[in-house]
Every structure is written in structure tokens, then in C-alpha cells.
Design a protein around this ligand. Structure first.
Ligand SMILES: Cc1cc2nc3c(=O)[nH]c(=O)nc-3n(C[C@H](O)[C@H](O)[C@H](O)COP(=O)(O)OP(=O)(O)OC[C@H]3O[C@@H](n4cnc5c(N)ncnc54)[C@H](O)[C@@H]3O)c2cc1C
Length: 378
């Protein structure tokens, strides 16, 4: 049986997330966009609003509510600030591998603080040698005196300078086939966040580089089995990472739709609102059609994931569709604004900039097509 209705619990959280975004996040948006540095207050809000706790099991201080709830919450937050949703989404990407692959000790040590937002996380896989090809990873580890020593550099890391806990993929210095994943803490000797990027969009969300120079990581911070690190890191990216980007894209599409309708109803030409012009109505219809279709694809994938089944293929379809649709929605909403769509005081200009950043994060549209074509041809 196909049931398209949200559960009461999902609806309640969705409503709470909308109120949270409108009252707690919206006031920070102008400063975040202006300075790109309003991370601390926003992180505190995300923690206090229990947004970081959604997928963490209850026994570790979380809510244990699953990926559909997380997608709904991200959608509501991205409607107000895609930058904030991105910080939350990648924060969750640092959490998920610990939930999925962590030892009991690791879960007890890290998850309660990450659930409350007292500590924040990220995942660091991408390197200058290419994000689409994680096997191009050049960060190395070697065993030394019962610990691991890491050396290398990661780039394009969301929350690079604010994350206390960083889940890092590295290659065995003595075995070019063996990758392992480690939990690093920002206080560890030899670990340093370095360059900060200036992005076209999502300006209030920190993206940057981290460096490991003879960084000594205790043996107990190996995450998952040694040599299986690719699975540990990529499971989180291909499932909760793409789920999160879908939530961000749906929220941005909703913001575009609302901005387009508001402007079209207010702008008077030929003595009437331009919402009466069929060409403008059709743009609004296209944004709405894509949003409705994207929601079905996204929620189907997250519902599959929530049932405990693999959802990587469904997420790839939905990630491709929604992030491409978000770019289209932002352009159409800006077009409806005419010349005002080029003026910074209109939020639609931010939506255009933010929409470009959705594509590469958690895998480009080309990579989504690689996954989908493999699925279709299998
Ligand atoms: C805002 C932002 C935040 C990010 N946050 C994180 C993070 O927190 N942690 C992290 O680890 N990474 C993060 N990333 C990195 C992101 O995952 C990579 O940018 C992405 O995987 C693409 O890698 P790349 O930028 O090196 O491009 P490349 O891999 O060099 O790709 C270049 C081009 O080649 C195409 N291409 C690559 N392979 C194929 C193929 N097989 N077939 C066809 N075309 C192909 C791509 O689609 C793209 O058009 C972030 C990126 C951005 C932009």
C-alpha cells in the first residue's frame, strides 16, 4: 500500500521546525550573509532547538526520529537560511558514521554532546586531488607507538573551523588499497583548520581546509574496522549526506516559490498585478510542479531509509532532481522580479547564489547520473 501522509509525529516536528526557523534563525540571516561569521549563535540555536539530535538514538541523548523528520526539518530551515541548513546537514554527517559504525565507548563519548549542540561535527573526505574520486585520497595514516599518525590536507570542508569533532578518511601509508576513518578532535596536536573559502552562496556557512601534520590520533579513535574506512565514510555521504542536500534543495525551492508569488502579486504593470500574466503564472507553475515532484522523490527515499533499507539509488535520483530544480526555481523566481531580481535587497538574489552551491555538495549531478545509470543498467 502506498501512503502519502506524514505521521502525526512528523507533522508536529515539521511545524515546530518552521516556527524554530522563523523565530530563531531568521534574525541571524542578515548578519550571517553580510559577515559570513555568525556561526556561534546559530549553532547554539540548532542545539537548543534539538535539531542536531534528530537521528541520534534516544539512549545517547538523541530523539531517534529518523531521516524523514530530518529532511522535513532541513527543508523548513533552508526555507529561511540554506547556509544554516547546510551547517546542520554536514554536522549530521559527522554524527551518522559514529551512530552507524562507532563502538559503545565512542557513542557514549561523542553522541550526547553532539545531540545538544555543545559540540559540533563534520566529515572530511574531499581533497584537492578530487572529491568525486574519494580513492584519490592522499591523507595518510601509519601506526606508531600504539596510536595512528595522520598527515595530509582536506578541502571544501563544511564547518571546518567550527567543528569540534571531525570524521576523517585517510589512506594506509603502507598499503595503497586500505582506507580507514578516524574521529579527530580539534584540540589534537597537529590538527589545524587553515584556509577559509569565500563562496558564491551559503555565505553564512563556513567552508574551508584542514591540515594534519603528524597528528597523533589515539587507537580508540579508529572508526569502524581498519581498512574499511571507505565504507564508513561513504555510507554516511551517500545516504544521510544526500538526504540532507535534498532537504536543503526543497527548502530553497519553497523560498523561491513564495518570493515569486509575493512579487508577482505586488508588481503592477498594465494596471494589474503581473501574476495575472500567463507567462508569469506558468513560471510559478513550473516551480511548484518541480517542488511537488521533488518532495515525492525525497520523502520516498527517506521513508525507505527509515525502514532500515538501503536507499542510495533513490537518494541519487532525488538529489539530482531537487538540486537541479532548485537552480531552475531560483532563476525563474529572479526572472519574475525583472530588474529587481538583480538587486541585493531582494532575497531572491541570495537564492540564486545559494542554488549554485547545492550541486557539488555530497556529490555532483554527474555523479548522481553515474549512480542512477548503474542502477538502471543493473
Ligand atoms: C559548499 C560545499 C561544501 C562541501 N562540504 C564538504 C564536506 O563537508 N566534506 C567533504 O568531504 N566534502 C565536502 N565538499 C566537497 C564535495 O563533496 C565535492 O566538491 C564534490 O564531491 C566534487 O568534487 P570536486 O569539487 O573535487 O570536483 P571533481 O571531482 O574534480 O569534479 C569536476 C567535474 O568532473 C565531473 N566528474 C567527476 N567524476 C565524473 C564521472 N565519473 N563522470 C562524469 N563526470 C564526472 C564532476 O561532475 C565535475 O563536473 C563540499 C563542497 C562544497 C561545494
Amino acid at each position: 500500500m502506498i501512503d502519502f501522509t506524514l505521521t502525526e509525529e512528523q507533522e508536529l516536528f515539521q511545524k515546530a521546525a518552521r516556527e524554530f526557523a522563523e523565530t530563531k534563525i531568521a534574525p541571524h540571516v542578515p548578519e550571517m550573509e553580510e559577515t559570513g561569521q555568525s556561526w556561534d549563535p546559530v549553532i547554539k540555536e540548532l542545539g537548543a532547538g534539538e535539531m542536531m539530535a534528530i537521528t541520534i538514538p534516544e539512549q545517547y541523548g538523541g530523539l531517534g526520529l529518523g531521516y524523514t523528520v530530518r529532511m522535513l526539518a532541513l527543508e523548513e530551515i533552508a526555507r529561511i537560511s540554506v547556509a544554516t541548513a547546510m551547517m546542520m546537514q554536514v554536522g549530521g554527517l559527522g554524527i551518522d558514521p559514529i551512530v552507524l559504525f562507532g563502538t559503545e565507548e565512542q557513542k557514549e563519548k561523542y553522541l550526547p554532546g553532539l545531540a545538544t549542540g555543545e559540540r559540533f561535527a563534520t566529515v572530511a573526505v574531499t581533497e584537492p586531488t578530487g572529491g568525486s574520486d574519494p580513492k584519490g585520497c592522499r591523507t595518510t595514516y601509519k601506526k606508531q607507538n600504539g596510536s595512528y599518525v595522520l598527515n595530509g590536507r582536506k578541502c571544501f570542508i563544511t564547518n571546518s573551523h567550527i567543528a569540534d569533532v571531525q570524521v576523517v578518511l585517510a589512506l594506509d601509508e603502507d598499503n595503497p588499497e586500505a582506507y580507514s576513518t578516524f574521529i579527530l578532535e580539534k584540540e589534537m596536536d597537529g590538527f589545524e583548520p587553515t584556509h577559509i573559502e569565500h563562496k558564491i552562496g551559503m555565505r553564512g556557512c563556513n567552508t574551508g581546509e584542514i591540515e594534519m601534520k603528524d597528528c597523533v590520533v589515539p587507537a580508540e579513535n579508529l572508526l569502524g574496522p581498519e581498512g574499511k574506512g571507505m565504507r564508513v565514510s561513504m555510507t554516511a555521504i551517500s545516504e544521510s549526506g544526500r538526504a540532507g542536500m535534498i532537504g536543503c534543495a526543497l527548502g530553497l525551492q519553497t523560498a523561491c516559490l513564495e518570493a515569486a508569488i509575493k512579487f508577482a502579486n505586488e508588481r503592477i504593470l498594465y494596471g494589474k498585478p503581473i501574476s495575472r500574466l500567463q507567462a508569469q503564472q506558468f513560471k510559478i507553475a513550473e516551480i511548484k510542479i518541480d517542488l511537488e515532484a521533488g518532495r515525492l522523490l525525497g520523502y520516498r527515499a527517506s521513508a525507505t531509509h527509515d525502514k532500515g533499507e538501503r536507499a542510495g539509488n533513490e537518494y541519487a535520483v532525488a538529489k539530482y532532481f531537487t538540486t537541479e530544480a532548485a537552480q531552475k526555481a531560483a532563476k525563474m523566481a529572479a526572472d519574475i522580479h525583472g530588474g529587481y531580481g538583480c538587486m541585493e535587497e531582494y532575497p531572491v538574489t541570495r537564492y540564486v547564489r545559494d542554488s549554485f552551491v547545492l550541486g557539488p555538495s555530497a556529490g555532483t549531478s554527474d555523479i548522481m547520473k553515474v549512480i542512477v545509470s548503474r542502477w538502471a543498467l543493473s
